[in-house]
Design a protein around this ligand. Structure first.
Ligand code: SF4
Length: 457
């Protein structure tokens, strides 16, 4: 549906969401679970939910996403899904033999009140969990929060697998938050350059961006192993990238196993990447190598070379809170002006943080947590922007308002590249700014009168 009938007049709404800027909790839980090596995600609910979760991830990553379901029928919807899940655990270990089954709940099983831990205990007592195999469970009721909440809940469940031995292993836990597999690869590359020995979890690199080898592997090579997750309790510290996605897991390791944690922003852009690299350096007692400083210098060079094209360009952004916070900071740091910022995920602290980051803006700034794309479109109608940044669903607004559009975030259903090219770190910042420049300069070329149609920028 195109949006040309969206009215300019804004009426406060509380009872209806139009074109949400979020999706359902289990999708986040399923994505996180795919970052465990040898894991089969399992959706404890109806087949329809599971089909939706799988297809949402498959369409974004262009990889087959395997997951099992408890296949609720009318009976389980009324009397509970315990029997279905017990049967499923037995079948999955017998037929597919994963190392891990990561179960998330759905609206239906949450409403019934199914207790995953109690069902897991029963499965273990019945002997359907083979030795050396692991069950992980996260409660993900989709009528609260968003896909970000589901991701965070599954990551916390992964952290809860930690089994400290009492002897520190010298490693640093890095919890990357919901970033692309390419971003996870980039975080590992940067950590290696800095000399930090990290355990990254979840880690979907090599799982959802692997090569076409001609052979099908139900469980690809990538992903954090259960042994590594158990070792998280012996780490010297945890860096959690993003308050919404990663902080709960980091705090659990801190309070339960005395692994000190720092909550950082996701390393998008110059400043947030600086803070990440600095934190890695400090915690692992290393120095930042020239190679990393060189990459940083390249990003600074691009910013200074092309600054005049960024200067005071108005931007509308929508997506997930952790990503938007770092991206807003990045845009402000290069003198762009984020003026409309929407996340579908609830949390008033998001609004506070964005207001703080944009407090010196020359333009009024609209920010909304638990907002929707209808509101974003109305804001744009009232205060037009030079650039729109967000997931694929933004293309309708971009088309109707004739705004240059950069696809960034989840889901991207109609373009490629996000799985392979990072936007975190200095190199990711370079790629992102290349996209911004291309979008702005393509528009300038399109609209320029002949006498101002420039060959060189
Ligand atoms: S019923 Fe709930 S869990 Fe299932 S797809 Fe819909 S929102 Fe997601």
């Amino acid at each position: 549906m195109l949006l040309r009938h969206t009215p300019k007049e804004i009426n406060e709404r509380s009872a209806v969401t139009i074109n949400p800027a979020k999706t359902c909790q289990p999708i986040g839980a399923m994505y996180a679970a795919l970052g465990i090596h040898g894991c089969l995600p399992h959706s404890h609910g109806s087949q329809g939910c599971c089909a939706y979760h799988r297809s949402a991830l498959t369409r974004h990553y262009k990889e087959p996403v395997s997951a099992a379901t408890s296949s609720f029928t009318e009976g389980s919807s009324v009397f509970g899904g315990q029997a279905n899940l017990l049967q499923a655990i037995n079948n999955i270990f017998t037929v597919y033999n994963p190392d891990v089954i990561a179960v998330h709940t759905t609206c239906l099983s949450e409403t019934i009140g199914d207790d995953l831990n109690q069902i897991f205990d029963k499965a273990r007592k019945e002997g359907t969990v083979p030795a050396g195999k692991t069950l992980v469970g996260a409660s993900t009721p989709s009528y609260v929060g968003s896909h970000v909440t589901g991701f965070a809940n599954m990551v916390k469940a992964m952290a809860d697998l930690a089994e400290p031995t009492g002897k520190k292993n010298g490693k640093v836990n890095v919890i990357p938050g919901w970033v692309e597999p390419s971003d996870m690869e980039e975080i590992k590359r940067l950590a290696k350059l800095v000399g930090a020995d990290i355990t990254l979890f979840p880690d979907t690199s090599g799982v959802l961006n692997g090569p076409l080898s001609g052979e099908y592997h139900m469980f690809p090579q990538g992903g954090v192993t259960v042994a590594e997750l158990k070792g998280c309790g012996d780490a010297i510290g945890t860096l959690a990238l993003g308050d919404w996605c990663s902080a709960d897991a980091a705090r659990l390791l801190d309070t339960k196993h005395k692994v000190p944690c720092r909550i950082l922003d996701m390393p998008y852009g110059l400043k947030a990447t600086d803070r990440f690299i600095d934190a890695l350096r400090i915690i692992s007692g290393t120095v930042v190598p020239d190679e990393v400083s060189y990459e940083r210098g390249q990003l600074v060079d691009l910013i200074s070379d092309m600054h005049q094209y960024f200067y005071h360009k108005k931007v509308a952004l929508f997506g997930d809170p952790d990503q938007l916070i770092s991206m807003t900071e990045f845009l402000v740091s290069i003198d762009m002006c984020p003026v409309h910022i929407v996340t579908g995920t609830p949390g008033k602290r998001f609004e506070r943080r964005i207001k703080e980051l944009t407090k010196d803006s020359p333009f009024p700034v609209n920010v909304r947590a638990k907002g929707d794309l209808f509101l974003l479109h109305q804001w744009i109608k009232n205060e037009p922007v030079d650039l729109l940044i967000g997931n694929t669903y933004g293309k309708y607004i971009a088309r109707d308002e004739d705004i240059p559009f950069i696809r960034w975030g989840f889901p991207i259903l109609d373009r490629q590249g996000h799985q392979y090219f990072p936007t975190v770190g200095y190199k990711g910042g370079l790629r992102f700014l290349e996209k911004v420049l291309n979008a702005l300069l393509d528009r300038q070329d399109r609209d320029a009168p002949e006498e101002k149609f420039e060959l060189v920028y």
